[in-house]
Design a protein around this ligand. Structure first.
Ligand SMILES: Nc1ncnc2c1ncn2[C@@H]1O[C@H](COP(=O)(O)OP(=O)(O)OP(=O)(O)O)[C@@H](O)[C@H]1O
Ligand SMILES: [Mg+2]
Length: 377
């Protein structure tokens, strides 16, 4: 911006100064001509050639018409000097008249060449600007393609995960129900009070727990497409999750806050999946935040998007880990599955939104969820 302004100002100054300089030169040379006695003939020869300087400069600066205009002006000023001071004999002064022809030839030719050169330069600049614009467009398009590819890769990973989960669940559940069934039969033999009754009960309880784990895993891996789309009040959904996690926050000594907002932001979503997504993020934030820290949830409208920021005062995430945390099974927790964020991102993207991570190590983490607002029509 500043550079463009300075160069504009320079151009304005040049447009004023150049004609003044040319005029000054012509006046000086002409005065020298008219005032120097004819006896100094060699000086007149020099002055006569000095006219080429303003003529060539004018052609350089102002093109064909500048060069020609200047050479004509010089001719008009110079002719009376030849006619009246040198004796006025055409044949005698033929050499000087030829010089006048040369002034005009040099002025015209130099102007023409400069003008052509300038046109070519402008053409080149325009082509270069066009090339730069197409390069930018191409760059933008390739970035978009790369983002879509990345999204595709993620969905492939997750759909493989879904299939794996289904096979695994099938393979585990069948033997599990056999184990549970046989344990129930054993219960008939080991009545309450018998020393082995308790062991069989543990067997049944553990089989049930395993079954629940498998079911949870299956349910999480299937969380891909929103099933029931309806109008959701984002603030209400967030309030529900805050109420649900308030106990966990208290237990950890972490302040959990939902910044109050007046606007009622509506999105079209599967409420249950949306709550699941918010829950995963808020649980991660609570788990990452040390005692006496805080997790705050902000909500605002940004254009046609609803933005939800969940910020914590935990250790933050390094740049290398920022992409990896969304990979299925990536976890740094001893008891984590590493599925929370992979599934959360999938849910948000299936709703046409995006999930990003911000912040740097040492200054906490902010998870930014963007969801398209419900259109008013
Ligand atoms: N708010 C956060 N602050 C710091 N690290 C985080 C935060 N949220 C996620 N992470 C990192 O991202 C990893 C992946 O999170 P994700 O929710 O996918 O799995 P998880 O929390 O490890 O396991 P699960 O969700 O099954 O309990 C976490 O192990 C943790 O290292
Ligand atoms: Mg998690």
């Amino acid at each position: 911006m500043g550079d463009a302004k300075t160069s504009q100002e320079m151009q304005r100054w040049q447009a004023v100064l150049r004609p003044i300089l040319l005029g000054g030169m012509i006046v000086l040379i002409s005065l020298s001509h008219y005032l120097t006695p004819l006896t100094y003939c060699h000086l007149h020869d020099i002055f006569q050639r000095l006219y080429y300087i303003p003529i060539i400069l004018a052609a350089f600066w102002f093109g064909l018409w500048g060069g020609l205009g200047c050479s004509l002006l010089v001719s008009v000023i110079y002719i009376p000097h030849i006619m009246y001071q040198w004796g006025g004999t055409f044949m005698f002064e033929i050499e000087r008249y030829l010089e006048i022809v040369m002034y005009n030839v040099v002025g015209g030719l130099t102007g023409l060449l400069t003008q052509r050169d300038r046109l070519q330069r402008h053409e080149l600049q325009r082509t270069a600007a066009g090339l730069a614009a197409s390069y930018h467009t191409l760059q933008g398009q390739s970035e978009r393609i790369m983002a879509v590819e990345e999204q595709l890769r993620r969905s492939e990973r997750l759909s493989t995960l879904g299939e794996m989960a289904a096979v695994l669940a099938h393979e585990i559940r069948n033997p599990l129900s056999s184990i549970r069934g046989t344990a129930e039969i054993l219960l008939d033999d080991y009545r309450p009070g018998s020393p082995k009754h308790e062991f069989v009960e543990i067997q049944i309880k553990e089989a049930d727990r395993l079954n629940r784990v498998v079911e949870d895993f299956l349910r999480l891996a299937r969380q891909q497409q929103p099933a029931e789309l309806q109008r959701c009040h984002v603030r209400e959904e967030l309030e529900t999750i805050v109420t649900l996690t308030a106990n966990e926050a208290r237990r950890r000594g972490v302040a959990l806050r939902l910044t109050p907002i007046e606007a009622d932001l509506l999105v079209t979503a599967d409420g249950e999946k949306l709550r699941q997504a918010f829950l995963n993020i808020i649980l991660n934030a609570l788990q990452a935040t040390p005692q006496n820290g805080s997790v705050s949830i902000g909500l605002r409208q940004q254009g046609q998007q609803c933005e939800i920021r969940i910020s914590d005062t935990g250790p933050g995430i390094s740049d290398e880990l920022k992409q990896r945390i969304f990979e299925p099974f990536f976890t740094t927790k001893p008891d984590g599955t590493g599925l929370g964020l992979a599934i959360t991102r999938k849910i948000i993207e299936a709703h046409g939104g995006s999930l990003q991570v911000e912040g740097k190590p040492g200054s906490g983490t902010t998870m930014l969820v963007s969801l398209p607002l419900e259109s008013s029509d």
